[in-house]
Every structure is written in C-alpha cells, then in structure tokens.
Design a protein around this ligand. Structure first.
Ligand code: GDL
Length: 454
C-alpha cells in the first residue's frame, strides 16, 4: 500500500513515561482524539515495556505483534504516523555487529507489521561505555552516532522517506551544561549524525517551565538542525501525588517555526490528558497571541461532560476549582492559588481576628471536599480511578484544616492543641517516604538543608 509522505512538522504524543504503559483501548482513544484535534504523530516509547528498554534485544511474541498491527492500522486509518522507539542504551555494546543485528531484527519485526518510522533513544542511561567501545569510538556521542547512522541507512532502504528520531544522552540544557555524555557531546552528534535524523530535546530542563527561542537557536547551530521538542510539561511519572491538567503554557507560538516538531509526553494516567492534549493541539494551530487560561477554560467545558455521575451532578465552576489545584508543575490555576493564599493568611492571623474570613474558608473548603466525595460516583470509572488517590488525599487535608479552624473559632484564645481522630500518627502522613521527606528541607533557591529540621 502506498504511504502518504510524513508531514514535516511532527505534532503529537509520546507515550514515553515510566510506569504502567497505556492499554490498547487507551491508545486507540488517543489516536481518535489526536486525529480530531489535528495532531499527526504518536511515538511509542513506554519506558517500562520491557522490550522497549531492558530487554531491547527480545522480539515481540505473535500476540504482541497482533496488538501492534492493530495500533498501526489505527494510526493509518486516521492519517497519523506511528513511530516505534527502542532504547538500547542501558547495555548495548556499540561496536559489535551482533548488537546491530539485534536492532535490525527488532525493527524488521515492526516493518513487517507496517511500521515506517523509528526512534533510537539514549536518554537516562549510564554515560559510559565498555572499554572496547571507549577505545574504538572515543566518546559516547561518536558511538551512538555510529549505531544510529547505520540504522538510518538500513531503515531508508526498507522504508524510503522514513523518519528516524534520536534522543541524546544530554537531552536538556542543564544536562548539557554538566557535560553529561562527555565533553562536546552535542557538537559531536551535530557533526556526525546524518542530517535527516531528528534530535529530541526537552528544553532547558527535563521538565521545562519555559522553552524560549534564543537557546533553541544556539542549539540548532550546535546540532546543525532544528530539534524536535520532547515536552515533559505534563509528565507526572516523577511524582505520584500530582497530575497536570492545566493549559499548554510557557512556550511562545513562534516555537513552531524554530523546531521540527513538538511531541508531548503526558500524564501516566490516560484519562487525565484531555485538557493537556486539547490545549496543546490548539496552541499548535493558533494564530496571534496564545491565551492559556482561555484555552484551559474552553477545554474544561469540553471535558466537563466526562464528569457525569451516578449521583449529584458536578458543577463546572467546582471542577475548575479542583483542576486548578492540579494545573502545571510550577503553577496552580487562579482559583486554587487564591484558595491557598487565603487559607495561609487565615492561619497566620490571630484567630480572634478571623471573623468572616474563617467562614469564607470553611465554605470554600467544604465545597471542594464535597466535590471530592461526589466524584466517587463518576460513571467514567477509569477517570475516577485515575483521580481517586489524589481526591482522597485532598479531602483528608481539607478535613483536617476545617477541624483546626473550627476548633480555633470555638475558643480563639485557648490555643489548646487540635486533635483529630481521623488523622492519627502512623496512618496519617506515615511511612518511610514521609519520614525521609522530613529529613531535608528544600530552600527557596532549590538547595537542601539537613540542619533546618532536627
Ligand atoms: C525523562 C525521561 C522520560 C520521563 C520524563 C519525566 C526524557 C527524554 N526521558 O527524563 O521518559 O517520562 O523524564 O520524568 O524526557
């Protein structure tokens, strides 16, 4: 079958996070949304598919290949391109022909199922090689360029016009500054990697609050090509307590002209990616200035029908208040930020002066807590399961704060200790991780101080 030429600008989704990969139904659903919203590329790279990384030499079973064939068909019928990624960097011996042969076998299996585009990822690996490779190549960059170029030639012969993506070992500004991967890594890659190979980049940080143009221009000169942004803005695999459902933000619309593509590596929980993908797709299409809050509110209205319940309905304003608390890694949404600031001010003030402020806090907190309870009746169970631990935790904190405020209101001057039978030592904020978290205090400048807490 004739394949359409791939679009030059890659816009889409990377399933590239740590943790449980999405299931087949979720992937097909993401394809549906991507096609509806004008995205064109899905990159398969779940870190914890054993055969993507740890067991990169192992062929898939026929059953696993059937599942891939369905995914490939799912992309093809929707005009999306499917990119299959392998991450061999944990233990590959770059100079050995047998290792290249393993890579060819893995890609041949995917080619036979109809896959045309590929990626080799060298992120999150040890930045050293075995002595034989060190002697032959001199640097990780040269070794990776050798393997990737060889695979590029091999793929082109079998899949003319194929895209091949490469993720460098230093894949963000901070890592490059620290010379991860060795001195002059990016220069070497820029010089030695065939020019048609795309290079992934996450911005100044692994999770970049902002991605601006001047550093990208410098990077483009170094790499001798524009990069592809692997955007971790919404990735939440590094913090199980959070998810991000705020608007795509911190990137100028001009970004689109400075890179070969932008691919989003989103929340692990598939159900929580509605607003991220929708606002991201809208950002890529927008002309003029980008208004993240407006895009968010419009996406929230579109997401709202997914919150139908078997019990009391959920008001859109309440939902916005909740999701504002799970917005972006570095920012809360306006309603959540205001609630937090008001609560903090209340608690530092003398309870004798609280008056209406305490009543306002109790009203808003109860509204949010009530919403958390109501969401247990969500008809969309995967959505509820994705939310439930966070809802539980939030409800518990609100409940404790309300008990505290109520206790102080009864007798503002007594300052008797506040106890709650629902927040007892051991079961409330207990466990090893919590204890370890208490050992070091994060300072405002990002450093840590062990002396700050006894
Ligand atoms: C990373 C990993 C990615 C992970 C993300 C967020 C890249 C290139 N690699 O470093 O798999 O999901 O951070 O934790 O971003």
């Amino acid at each position: 079958m004739a394949h359409p030429e791939p679009p030059n600008f890659l816009a889409g989704v990377i399933e590239g996070f740590y943790g449980q990969p999405w299931n087949q139904a979720e992937r097909l659903q993401v394809f549906e949304r991507m096609a509806a919203w004008g995205l064109n590329t899905y990159l398969y790279a779940p870190k914890d598919d054993l055969k993507h990384r740890a067991w990169w030499r192992e062929l898939y079973t026929p059953e696993q290949m059937n599942a891939f064939a369905d995914l490939l068909a799912g992309c093809q019928t929707r005009g999306l391109q499917f990119i299959y990624a392998l991450s061999p960097g944990l233990d590959i011996r770059y100079g050995e022909e047998a290792e290249l042969e393993k890579l060819r076998q893995r890609f041949a299996q995917m080619l036979a199922a109809g896959c045309r585009h590929f990626a080799l990822l060298f992120d999150d690996i040890p930045d050293r090689m075995n002595p034989a490779d060190g002697e032959r190549f001199g640097s990780c960059a040269a070794a990776q360029a050798h393997v990737t170029n060889a695979m590029a030639r091999w793929i082109q012969e079998r899949s003319p016009g194929a895209r091949l993506l490469f993720c460098p070992t230093p894949y963000c500004g901070r890592m490059a500054e620290r010379n991860l991967g060795g001195a002059n890594y990016l220069e070497t890659i820029g010089r030695e990697l065939r020019p048609e190979i795309d290079i992934c980049w996450t911005g100044p940080e692994i999770v970049s609050r902002e991605i601006t143009l001047p550093p990208l221009h410098a990077l483009t000169r170094l790499l001798r090509r524009q990069p592809i942004i692997w955007d971790n803005l919404y990735a939440n695999d590094y913090d199980g307590r959070r998810f991000y459902a705020g608007p795509y933000a911190g990137r100028p619309p001009e970004l689109r002209g400075a890179v070969r593509g932008v691919l989003l590596n989103p929340n692990c929980e598939f159900a929580l990616n509605f607003v991220p993908l929708r606002t991201f797709a809208e950002f890529l299409r927008c002309s003029g200035t980008w208004e993240p809050r407006a895009a968010y509110l419009s996406a929230m209205s579109a997401w709202w029908p997914h919150f139908a319940t078997a019990g009391q309905p959920v008001a859109l304003a309440d939902l916005v208040l909740l999701v504002d608390g799970y917005y972006l890694p570095f920012t809360e949404g306006a309603a959540a930020e205001e609630f937090f600031q008001q609560t903090r001010t209340l608690l530092v003030n003398d309870p004798a002066t609280w008056g209406e402020d305490a009543v306002a806090f109790l009203r808003l907190s109860a509204r949010l807590r009530e919403l958390c309870t109501r969401l247990a009746d969500l008809i969309d169970r995967p959505l509820f399961y994705a939310l439930s631990r966070r809802l539980w935790e939030l409800r518990e904190e609100l409940d404790l704060l309300e008990r505290y405020v109520n206790a102080r209101m009864v007798d503002p001057l007594a300052r008797v200790a506040c106890h709650s039978d629902f927040h007892l030592p051991g079961t409330y904020r207990g466990g090893l991780v919590s204890k370890l978290q208490g050992l070091l205090a994060a300072q405002p400048d990002g450093s840590f101080d062990g002396a700050a807490r006894p």
